[in-house]
Design a protein around this ligand. Structure first.
Ligand SMILES: [Zn+2]
Ligand SMILES: [Zn+2]
Length: 346
């Protein structure tokens, strides 16, 4: 009989069960990781009730994690038992045309950890152990904690989005949405030398966190925010807008807060479709860019955390034992309390 481990399993929609499941076995190219920290992502909370169709039970969710190598597959080189690591949330194939160009986020064979969507099922890291292919591992600097390292995945999403912005020193930027990704985007923009930064968010405590992390002004999420941004930019709007919400209203505020010739980078994508004001975009010559996950940003993220140029402590709202996972999912789902990031420790 195979060895067992503790895991938090989505046994049916809206029900997480802390239970024993078989400990994963590794193949020649994989390592076994003893998970130390795994963050609850917004996509896990949206998947919890079945609305996205990407977390079909039973599934162990969790793709923002860090831990220690417990066992190494026969053909794995360069990694040893005891190494402190984090890993990409996406298993890419390393063989297709996109992977060959370094665009691993666009890999046609990608599988996201902790996702079961009909095409595939891959258990995630809300468990004591997870098997991970060695090519998606990253070693942790000594001064980066496991809790901090579990935020490298969302930070890489922020860095990737900022990497897709025009490289203009001192360009002005509006960030829509000051959740985890929006707040990490604000810090990344500051580190990258951008100019005035405005943030738009509904939640007053997230607005004050945004100011703490380097935003110049933070406005409530409502149509008036467009005028508030324009008033700060000679009536024009900012050079760049990052949209980190992904619903119709946020998309419209984004387009209207951008100056003529400006760029909008789209990160959030809760809604599959939005209304598109074609004439506004064409006649103002606005550039739209989609930004998906990350491709190659992990080493930079780890270095920025290690050097203190990105600060994560005020983003971590709570860390709790994995056995309390059901309760934390329920609180996040019911919006009971004011959390940016909750981390579970197996
Ligand atoms: Zn995530
Ligand atoms: Zn590929």
């Amino acid at each position: 009989m195979s060895e067992m481990m503790n895991a938090l399993v989505l046994t049916e929609y809206k029900k997480m069960t802390f239970m024993k499941v078989p400990k994963p076995e590794i193949n020649d190219g994989e390592v076994l990781i003893r998970v130390k920290a795994c963050g609850i992502c917004g996509s896990d909370v949206h998947g919890f009730d079945g609305s996205t169709g990407r977390r079909q039970p039973p599934i162990i969710m969790g793709h923002e994690a860090a831990g220690v190598i417990e066992a190494v597959g026969a053909k794995v080189g360069g990694w040893t038992v005891g190494d402190r690591v984090t890993f990409d949330s996406t298993i890419y194939c390393n063989r297709c045309e996109y992977c060959m160009k370094g665009q691993v986020n666009l890999c046609g064979n990608r599988r996201v950890l902790g996702v079961s969507c009909g095409d595939y099922r891959r258990d995630g890291a809300f468990a004591e152990y997870i098997a991970i292919p060695a090519h998606i591992l990253y070693k942790l600097p000594d001064n980066v904690t496991f809790d901090q390292a579990s935020l490298v995945e969302p930070l890489s999403v922020a860095l990737h989005a900022v990497n897709l912005c025009p490289r203009d020193l001192n360009a002005s930027v509006t960030v829509i949405g000051a959740g985890k990704i929006g707040l990490l985007i604000v810090q990344t923009l500051r580190a990258a030398g951008y100019g005035k930064i405005f943030v738009i968010d509904r939640n007053p405590s997230h607005r004050s966190l945004a100011l703490e992390m380097g935003a110049d002004r933070a406005f409530d999420f409502r149509p008036e925010a467009i005028q508030e941004v324009r008033a700060e930019t000679n009536g024009e709007g900012t050079d760049i807008v990052l949209e980190a919400v992904g619903v119709d209203e946020a998309f419209h505020i984004a387009l209207q807060s951008t100056r003529k010739g400006g760029t909008v980078v789209l990160v959030g994508n809760i809604s599959p479709n939005v209304n598109f004001p074609m004439q506004w975009v064409v006649t103002r010559q606005i550039t739209l860019r989609g930004s998906c996950a990350s491709s190659g940003e992990y080493p930079a993220c780890l270095d920025m955390i290690a050097r203190g140029s990105i600060r994560l402590d005020s983003i971590i709202s709570a860390s709790a034992p994995l056995s309390e996972g059901d309760e934390w999912f329920r609180r996040l789902y019911d919006r009971d309390g004011d959390f940016v990031k909750v981390i579970l420790n197996p």
